[in-house]
Ligand binder design. Structure first.
Ligand SMILES: [Zn+2]
Ligand SMILES: [Zn+2]
Length: 279
């Protein structure tokens, strides 16, 4: 089973590969730049070459790149909306320059707007970006927890966006277990995990499920609050993760943990817990 973490790119993007390998990752996720700023330093050619070499040597695949946090593809504000599309394209180009397989993006938020308006807004943004830069990498839409103003907290909404992109083969999904749980997809029981597999199959299709974010949830089921927690220690719990990890629909999907890193021990412990649940 492909397992990994979101790892830091401090000291250069190529350094992230070693970091992931040391944690026992067989896949990984990174930001390609500072996720909380607009300024972009061009990628360094040597860094790219080193990154690719290290990945091959340490057999880490696939690589997920996560978009910048300032991007909001559903923004009501015309200037931020435009800037978001432009910066989304920058992230897409960087993902491809690195030879990474996937670019993960949230769908965006627009407080006070109707669901349908937001679906339109996001679809238009991505559609425009695809015209500016026909992608080689696959764009993965990530389900959200459904915090105030968020779009993409139901799989039907995600399906609708993909439909409006004419079912482009360059678009898939990354399912976040914490977000899903907070938004009302219960995976604490076998029935719940079966229902989630069926829901994904009936909406976006299991073939579009290219990655999962494996996170426990600190807050209650259906709380609509996005707070990631250590695997097994949150409200989903060990039994839920055991059922999910071993479910035939999810077994072969690469999984990335975005669990808290408060101490050096956190990542190794989460990896150990997850591995112990695989039967
Ligand atoms: Zn996530
Ligand atoms: Zn989250």
């Amino acid at each position: 089973m492909k397992l990994g973490f979101h790892v830091s790119i401090a000291g250069g993007i190529s350094r992230s590969v070693e970091r992931a390998h040391d944690l026992g990752c067989t896949c990984m996720q990174i930001f390609s730049r500072n996720p909380r700023g607009w300024t972009v330093k061009p990628l360094d050619k040597n860094d790219i070459a080193e990154f690719k070499k290290a990945r091959e040597r340490l057999e880490i695949a696939p690589v997920f790149v996560h978009t910048n946090y300032l991007i909001n593809l559903a923004s009501i504000k015309p200037d931020l909306y435009e800037k978001s599309i432009e910066q989304f394209v920058v992230d897409l180009e960087r993902t491809e320059a690195l030879g990474a397989e996937y670019l993960v993006t949230h769908l965006g938020s627009a407080n006070g707007q109707k669901e349908e308006w937001m679906v339109d807004r996001v679809s238009d943004a991505i559609s425009y970006a695809l015209k500016l830069h026909p992608p080689k990498a696959t764009i993965l839409l990530e389900n959200t927890a459904g915090e105030a103003g968020d779009i993409g907290y139901t799989l039907e909404q995600v399906r609708e966006v993909i439909a409006r992109l004419h079912d482009s083969p360059q678009v898939g999904i990354c399912y976040d277990t914490c977000h899903g749980f907070a938004a009302g997809y219960d995976i604490r029981t076998k029935n719940g995990v079966d229902a989630l597999a069926k829901k994904i199959s009936d909406t976006v299709g299991l073939d579009r499920l290219k990655g999962m974010h494996l996170n426990d949830c600190l807050r209650d089921f259906n709380s609509r609050v996005d707070r990631h927690w250590h695997i097994g220690d949150g409200k989903i719990g060990l039994d839920g993760f055991k059922l999910l990890l071993n479910h035939p629909a999810f077994r072969d999907v690469p999984k990335i943990m975005e669990t808290p890193k408060n101490t050096e021990e956190d990542d190794p412990k989460n990896m150990k817990v997850v591995r112990s649940l695989i039967t």
